[in-house]
Design a protein around this ligand. Structure first.
Ligand SMILES: Nc1ncnc2c1ncn2[C@@H]1O[C@H](COP(=O)(O)OP(=O)(O)OP(=O)(O)O)[C@@H](O)[C@H]1O
Ligand SMILES: [Mg+2]
Length: 269
């Protein structure tokens, strides 16, 4: 079933079992050009959702608006936790987002060049969790708390030497995903998590996404590799020219005339 995205629906239904994010009247312009104009959108009704659309549709900007790293011109964005009160994300400072469990990976990967793989990850966890991030390097107990988990993920993705520096874009991409997982998100936004990765690593990323969603985290994925979207997502939102114009299950979005015309091209289905 495909719904035109006039109303997002399903917000006032039975109590949700996982957190959701609601975007209302959110507008962003750059140099007088509107690049995002989302009327009413709820993310998180399904454990894993996709946000797809052509280049320049506004997907990354919308995710950045949710994270408050791109300020809104207008509108509101809130977190509806599975239990507890609504949190107005659009009034929070960006660095407080991870305290509420909202975490995002980056389409353009962060700078891992100055520190070793190990230290980059430790510092990222510390930055999100502690008032004085540099102290993590001198606090043995804090260090031990994260050590096993970091080692687990590095083994899983095949990083043989944690004292090395990340070299390739693919390695940096994977480390950014590991960084997100270490933060124990309740709501995880992934911007092109598998772009440029070889097939075996893409499979591994898909497995960790399934696992984290299975543990109760809401996940939203932006991705041009549509096999990832069709395989993982229970619901897909289609974005074009700044607006989310359709939502539905993967099959119906894949076959929808608008999606074929504006994005997939004839012969794709
Ligand atoms: N900081 C900025 N300054 C000016 N224009 C910007 C800025 N960030 C994004 N834009 C413009 O906003 C529009 C939406 O960009 P955005 O990166 O959100 O698209 P996208 O859907 O993520 O595309 P892609 O699939 O290529 O990653 C584009 O036209 C882009 O050039
Ligand atoms: Mg983008």
């Amino acid at each position: 079933m495909v719904a035109e995205h006039a109303t997002a629906g399903a917000v006032d239904g039975p109590a949700a079992t996982r957190p959701r994010i609601r975007v209302q009247g959110a507008v962003k312009s750059f140099s007088g050009r509107v690049v995002v104009d989302v009327d009413d959108l709820v993310l998180g009704n399904q454990p894993i959702e996709g946000l797809i659309g052509p280049n320049g549709a506004g997907k990354t900007t919308l995710m950045r608006m949710i994270m408050h790293s791109t300020p809104l011109d207008r509108g509101r964005i809130s977190l509806l936790p599975a239990d507890g009160r609504e949190v107005m994300l659009s009034s929070l400072a960006a660095h407080r987002m991870s305290r509420h469990g909202v975490v995002k990976s980056n389409q353009v990967i962060m700078d891992f060049d100055k520190l070793t793989i190990w230290d980059s990850l430790l510092l990222a966890v510390a930055e999100a969790s502690y008032e004085q991030p540099h102290r993590i390097f001198s606090e043995r107990t804090v260090f031990q708390r994260h050590e096993d988990e970091i080692r687990h993920y590095l083994d899983y993705f095949g990083f043989a030497d944690p004292t090395a520096f990340a070299m390739s874009a693919g390695e940096k991409k994977l480390l950014d995903i590991v960084r997100c997982l270490l933060l124990k998100p309740s709501f995880l936004l992934l911007d092109e998590p598998t772009a440029g990765l070889p097939e075996d690593q893409t499979e591994k990323v898909m497995t960790v996404i399934r696992d984290v969603a299975g543990g109760g985290t809401s996940v939203v994925i932006v991705e041009h590799d549509l096999n990832v979207i069709w395989n993982l997502c229970g619901e897909v939102h289609f974005m074009a020219e700044g607006s989310v114009v359709l939502r539905g299950d993967p099959q119906s979005i894949r076959e929808h005339r608008t999606v074929v015309e504006k994005y997939l091209g004839e012969g794709h289905v």
